[in-house]
Write a new protein. Structure first.
Length: 116
């Protein structure tokens, strides 16, 4: 399975990006739908839609081993923690920039008041 993952080189994308939009879309498809179950509205342009192995995508989890389900839960918790950390860092960056903006406005205001 690891042999089918493409690692794009620096010259594979246009305008300096390390990957093309098509490669990004394929990556998202593999990340959010690793089993290739057809999802409405998320078909790759020009690619044939894969056959749905189960009538209901949730039915594929009914036959999994409890150990496999526990492993998947652990993986999803790791992803959840990473996303929570990313949101926290984004919020911290926003607050830092807001403080920086307020400081610059205060400095400009005091400089304008000193010139009068």
């Amino acid at each position: 399975m690891s042999s089918d993952i493409k690692h794009p080189g620096p010259a594979s994308g246009a305008s300096g990006f390390p990957f093309s939009p098509q490669e990004a879309m394929e990556f998202m498809q593999r990340m959010w739908n690793p089993l290739g179950v057809t999802m409405p509205g998320f078909a790759m342009p020009g690619a044939p839609a894969p056959a749905t192995p189960f009538p209901n995508p949730a039915a594929m989890f009914a036959a999994l081993d409890p150990v496999e389900i526990e492993r998947k839960i652990a993986e999803l918790k790791i992803i959840e923690n990473w996303l929570t950390m990313s949101v926290s860092m984004m919020q911290m960056s926003i607050k830092t920039m807001e403080l920086q903006k307020a400081s610059l406005e205060a400095m400009r205001g005091s400089a304008a008041g000193a010139k009068k």
